[in-house]
Design a protein around this ligand. Structure first.
Ligand code: GLA
Length: 366
């Protein structure tokens, strides 16, 4: 759990934004809720010197001092690079300098690396194996493996995040070469269609997630763009159901109370962080209502009922089918957004506003 600069600041991010965000993570209570990593995304990179040592650009005058500052708050610092010659935003990548860059990150005190494929595709994969897809994939895997080994060789624990948009079923091979999380999709955008697409693409990937290695449907857009409160709630709930990394991506110094309440909902975070690490599965859909379920430690279960349709009539009439969830008769549950105890009864009618969610935890499913 943490925060990343890209979704709000994009290429404008500066040292000051990172410090301010770290301050806010502490002041807002997000740190206490579990948000620990403060991740600088693309555009911090400067030029390499004659020895190949990469320097920061003028937006980040002193990376070591920044790391010290973030660490002094009890937080950790993440950074970003690419296996290609350039990053997605056209800054210096790590190609041919993997060991050197890994050592540099470690010397600064970096705790997390997001490694984004970008220019590696045209500059290396396409060039070395123009018409051999399988060979391109082998080259890609080798590049991620190379940086993984370089990070390991530093002796510093550095979380390794793969960003190659889910190519070649990354979930099958990433854990074997040291990946702690891997993007399963293209980039998220701060609008419902994107959130819904990415959530839908996770169906079928549940068995690949587990402690230490996670499917990453991309960073959170909670509080960004045009997402309504219901959409923000559903986005956060579903990422938690999916045991996804919770990397907030909003403007923390100007966060509205309602957004803070979503990002710091302890019950929903506990769902995300459940020690079993079992991701939710899509159980069934009826009309425009989707029902997902997740098994939790101690035999508990979480159920998410989402109206993915465009109006309230999408859920009308919707009757919850407990049998399809493997449940028998009335279930005592907690609504994780209202905090209220409730009973889920067989075939109970449920009406939800458009893009809203009923998220419940059943401590003792029957
Ligand atoms: C890619 C990644 C994004 C972000 C940008 C930065 O698009 O998928 O998450 O890191 O690059 O340039």
């Amino acid at each position: 759990m943490g925060w990343n600069s890209w979704n709000y600041f994009a290429e404008k991010v500066t040292d000051k934004d990172i410090r301010d965000s770290a301050d806010q993570i502490v002041a807002s209570g997000m740190k206490d809720a579990g948000y620990i990593y403060v991740n600088i995304d693309d555009t911090w990179e400067g030029e390499r010197d004659a020895n190949g040592v990469l320097h920061t650009n003028s937006k980040f005058p002193d990376m070591k001092a920044l790391a010290d500052y973030v660490h002094s708050k009890g937080l950790k610092l993440g950074i970003y690079s690419s296996p290609g010659p350039k990053t997605c935003a056209g800054f210096e990548g790590s190609l041919g300098h993997e060991e050197q860059d890994a050592q540099l990150y470690a010397s600064w005190g970096i705790d997390y690396l997001k490694y984004d494929m970008c220019s590696f595709i045209p500059a290396v994969m396409m060039k070395q194996a123009p018409s051999d897809k399988a060979a391109q994939m082998r080259i890609m895997v080798a590049a991620y493996d190379k940086m993984g080994k370089a990070l390991k060789a530093t002796g510093r624990p550095i979380v390794y995040s793969f960003c190659q948009y889910g190519w070649d079923n990354v979930w099958e091979w990433a854990p074997g070469i040291g990946g702690n999380l891997w993007r399963t999709t293209g980039d998220i955008q701060a609008r419902w269609e994107s959130v819904y697409d990415l959530m839908s693409e996770q169906a079928g990937l549940a068995s690949y997630a587990g402690p230490g290695h996670w499917n990453d449907p991309d960073m959170l857009e909670v509080g960004n763009g045009k997402l309504s409160l219901a959409e923000n709630r559903t986005h956060f709930s579903m990422w938690s159901m999916l045991a996804a990394p919770l990397l907030a991506g909003n403007d923390l110094p100007n966060m509205k109370p309602a957004i803070k309440d979503i990002l710091t909902n302890r019950d929903v975070i506990a769902l995300d962080q459940d020690p079993l690490g079992h991701e939710a599965r899509h159980i069934y859909s009826k009309g425009e209502v989707e029902v997902w379920a997740r098994d939790l430690k101690g035999g508990a279960k979480a159920i998410a009922i989402v109206n993915v349709g465009s109006d309230v009539y999408s859920t009308h009439p919707f009757h919850l089918d407990l049998a399809q969830l493997g449940l028998h008769g009335s279930q005592h549950a907690k609504d994780l957004w209202t905090g209220k105890e409730m009973d889920l009864t067989a075939n109970m009618p449920i009406e939800l506003p458009s893009h809203d969610i009923l998220l419940v935890r059943i401590a003792e499913p029957k």
